[in-house]
Design a protein around this ligand. Structure first.
Ligand SMILES: Nc1ncnc2c1ncn2[C@@H]1O[C@H](COP(=O)(O)O)[C@@H](O)[C@H]1OP(=O)(O)O
Ligand SMILES: [Mg+2]
Ligand SMILES: [Mg+2]
Ligand SMILES: [Mg+2]
Length: 308
């Protein structure tokens, strides 16, 4: 008897659908111009767009998948038991995603094994400065420890939004995967959280071109669209909700994302208590050997430690 699409494929298609709805909420807040900015502490900003986009995504998922674990960046009790307005309901699931060949290892997955890591607006600092191209919505579908599917959504793309999605072991969609330039190495790093430690690290990678832009999702986008070989962020600062979706899409495309030791982050629900990516973020394009890259990073790390 036909089983219908696997849960992971339905969750991925639902992520794309709800990202479009949350994207419209973000565009509307920007259009109204009243961002409702608050500082959560140490210049860690949050706007009305972060709050409303999260409410839409969390309420919609809770409504359709009540037993899935959900961890989202913004503390917001409201969305836990919200009546979902009709225009937030998850609809029109993309048949291209529902029809994906789901890897055998993921076919029997049940809701209790799934944790959805949500960053309703990645690049808040840039959003408050009007740098809207740096902004993405990140929805990572994780099974036990692993980020297996994800959506990097650009709400301001051609002012109607674009979803880039991936299912590890199956494929990617919504964009054209491009290779980085054959000539010089290009690295992408933080725009708004730059510090001396990062600067020393980046110096160690020279000669190369350094691009500084906001957002974890946006920087992985630079890799997927062939504008950079690797994303380098040697400090703590990002959280699991910043990397779950970008890691899943990048790995589905053949790339890699690890900490400074070359280890993958665990995305199990237990990490909700301590979501900090303590050992940085290092991501590489499919054609850039991650092991080689991490050897280079390790050399820079030990040189910096010797000179300290
Ligand atoms: N020190 C930090 N404090 C809070 N969030 C951080 C910090 N460093 C990084 N982030 C999060 O990781 C993302 C990538 O960092 P960067 O843009 O500096 O490369 C940021 O957009 C921000 O996500 P968010 O905007 O969702 O709060
Ligand atoms: Mg934030
Ligand atoms: Mg973020
Ligand atoms: Mg955020």
């Amino acid at each position: 008897m036909a089983q219908g699409p696997a849960l992971v494929c339905r969750l991925l298609a639902s992520s794309v659908s709800v990202a479009h709805k949350a994207g419209k909420i973000i565009r509307d807040v920007m259009q109204k111009g009243d961002l409702g900015i608050i500082d959560k502490g140490e210049n860690d900003l949050q706007t009305e767009a972060d709050r409303s986009a999260q409410r839409c995504i969390v309420a919609s998922f809770k409504n359709l998948y009540p037993n899935v674990n959900i961890v989202a960046e913004e503390v917001d009790k409201i969305s836990q038991n919200l009546d979902v307005p009709a225009d937030w309901l998850i609809t029109d699931l993309d048949p291209k995603i529902l029809d994906l060949e789901c890897p055998k290892s993921l076919q029997g997955v049940t809701e209790d094994q799934v944790t959805i890591w949500i960053d309703p607006l990645d690049g808040t600092s840039e959003f408050t400065k009007g740098l809207i191209d740096h902004v993405t919505i990140l929805i990572g579908v994780c099974v036990n420890d692993e980020a297996v599917a994800g959506v990097i959504y650009q709400p301001f793309w051609q002012n109607r939004g674009r979803a880039l999605w991936g299912l590890v072991g199956s494929g990617v969609g919504g964009f054209e995967l491009k290779e980085p330039p054959q000539t010089k190495k290009v690295y992408v790093t933080t725009r708004s959280h730059y510090d001396k430690a990062i600067e020393k690290f980046i110096d160690g990678l020279k000669p190369c071109e350094i691009i500084r832009v906001g957002g974890a999702g946006n920087k992985v986008l630079y890799i997927l669209e062939g504008k950079a070989h690797a994303y380098v962020y040697p400090s703590a600062g990002c959280k699991r909700w910043d990397t779950a979706a970008p890691e899943a899409v990048l790995r589905a495309a053949g790339g890699e994302l690890t900490d400074v030791y070359g280890n993958k982050y665990s995305y199990s629900k237990e990490n909700e208590k301590d979501p900090l990516n303590k050992y940085g973020v290092f991501a590489t394009a499919p054609s850039y050997n991650h092991t080689e890259f991490m050897k280079l990073i390790c050399d820079i790390q030990s040189k910096n430690e010797k000179n300290d």
